[in-house]
Design a protein around this ligand. Structure first.
Ligand code: 4AD
Ligand code: MG
Length: 459
């Protein structure tokens, strides 16, 4: 409701209204007092004035920060004051009194401190704005794909295959440690365990999405994924959300176009539906984020092959921590140099060496590179990883063997190539990285409600 008042105050002028919310600040004298109230609908507060004619004036004057109350009163426009309007209270009911020790007293807290109270931080302006933008962006993603006729596929969280082949998985066992079946060497015997085989939390829904793309043509997933990556960085979480479209009868070029259209659509949607939150980020979190986003929706993304990117990086007059050679994986410092210093916009890097990419990517004519695409953006680095998929059964089987993976684990995936296979492609967008990019928040822990990272799974 507070949001509606901010958006359309004339409609509420001199109207009687009721608002339920939490006290953000309160100051009172003997005769009157002011409350800044937040009702959850908006990250801005509304000012409430109360006077000694209230029957419970004394009680209200002493209320603690974060107490929940219900206010009845009249909305007054106050064109001469700092705030555009205020409520003159006629009645205030106390719902729940807050303890004096409430840790979020009105002052500036560091993001690090707020992480230690992840259960309370959504009540702060910054996190209120972040998580509303996250919600709006999630809706925009569904809207984008649904408008284009994509089917939303729900892929499993528990899987028996390692999509990325990188072994960064959380293994599952039954909970009862005393009864985990073990073989003679004392190792867990997964054949005797719950699922009768080794299982893990999914690192990507892609393989299952491919199965659905070969039935529905255009599909997408949007769900949680898990990686036991032991890297303590500002961009990696052990639990994060990924959006993975998969399109049949399509090549890498179609894939890049889809990614670019989707990113622009989501940015436009958020700019349109969360203008106040975006203005807040622009003012307090990342000056210039608005200008950057507006430039991005109006220009084409850059494109460059991995081989050309390596040439640029080798010639760059910068001392990188990791030196660049053809064949090496690009590090964040390289990615950021390319997108921030060279191209100064989002850029697709394509055709990576096959040795550093997953088994399912389509081998190019040169037999050295694969039809891969990563999207790099200023400030964050990689936000999308994708590729055209290897649709040739014999080539795919050879790749699986070459990479030391177990062909039997992928039997159903291989069958997709046997029964009417076709060219197809897809990508994965890291949802948190997109939110970081749009809000200017620089740590992934600050765009996930309850972040899970190495040595950290409080809450
Ligand atoms: O590049 P990745 O590993 O690609 C895949 O998983 C493919 N199966 C996707 C596909 O083609 N369907 O991951 C995709 C994206 C990355 O670009 C990054 O944005 C995000 O997922 N990501 C992470 N985000 C947060 N924390 C982590 N540990 C992440 N690992 C990957
Ligand atoms: Mg990647």
């Amino acid at each position: 409701l507070i949001k509606e008042i901010y958006r359309n105050k004339e409609n509420f002028k001199d109207q009687n209204i009721t608002i339920a919310g939490w006290i953000r600040t309160l100051r009172a004298s003997n005769a009157f007092g002011f409350i800044e109230l937040n009702d959850g609908s908006f990250f801005k507060n509304i000012q409430v004035v109360f006077e000694e004619d209230l029957e419970n004036f004394k009680e209200i004057s002493k209320l603690t920060i974060s107490s929940s109350i219900i206010i009845e009163g009249k909305l007054k426009l106050t064109p001469d004051a700092k705030q555009p309007f205020e409520i003159k209270a006629t009645k205030i009911m106390v719902e729940g009194l807050s303890d004096r020790e409430y840790p979020l007293q009105k002052k500036r807290h560091s993001l690090e401190f707020l992480r230690t109270i992840a259960h309370l931080r959504p009540r702060s302006n910054t996190f209120s704005a972040v998580f509303r933008v996250r919600s709006i962006a999630a809706y925009a993603i569904h809207k984008f794909f649904q408008e284009r006729g994509f089917v939303y596929a729900h892929t499993p969280i528990i899987t028996g295959s390692d999509c990325e082949g990188a072994g960064e998985m959380f293994r599952l066992t039954t909970l009862d440690l005393d009864h985990i079946p073990r073989n003679d060497e004392g190792q867990i015997d997964f054949k005797e365990d719950f699922f009768g085989k080794e299982t893990n939390l999914t690192v990507s829904g892609q393989l299952a999405a491919e199965a659905y793309a070969l039935a529905f043509r255009n599909v997408y997933t949007f769900g949680p994924t898990f990686r036991a990556e032991n890297s303590n960085t500002a961009r990696h979480a052990a639990e994060f959300w990924m959006i993975e479209p998969e399109i049949a009868f399509a090549e890498l070029e179609d894939n890049m176009q889809l990614a670019e259209d989707m990113i622009k659509y989501v940015i436009n949607y958020v700019l349109e539906h969360a203008p106040e939150e975006m203005a807040f980020f622009n003012q307090f979190i990342d000056k210039g984020v608005l200008e950057r986003l507006e430039n991005i929706v109006s220009a084409n993304f850059g494109r460059i092959t991995y081989t050309d990117a390596v040439e640029i990086l080798k010639k760059a007059n910068v001392k990188f921590e990791y030196p660049v050679e053809w064949g090496c994986d690009l590090q964040t410092e390289h990615e950021r140099y390319l997108t921030e210093k060279v191209l100064k916009k989002p850029v697709f890097v394509t055709d990576y060496p096959k040795g550093i990419k997953a088994f399912y990517m389509r081998i190019n004519e040169d037999d050295k590179t694969v039809a891969a695409m990563d999207l790099l953006v200023p400030g964050v680095g990689e936000i999308i990883g994708g590729s055209q998929r290897e649709e040739r059964l014999d080539v795919l089987e050879k790749r699986i063997e070459e990479m030391g993976l177990n062909k039997e684990d992928y039997w159903w995936y291989l069958e997709l190539r046997k029964y009417g296979g076709t060219k197809h492609a897809g990508f994965g967008l890291g949802f948190e990285r997109l939110i970081m990019y749009m809000t200017g928040m620089s740590n992934i822990r600050d765009v996930i409600a309850f972040p899970r990272t190495t040595k950290s799974a409080e809450f």
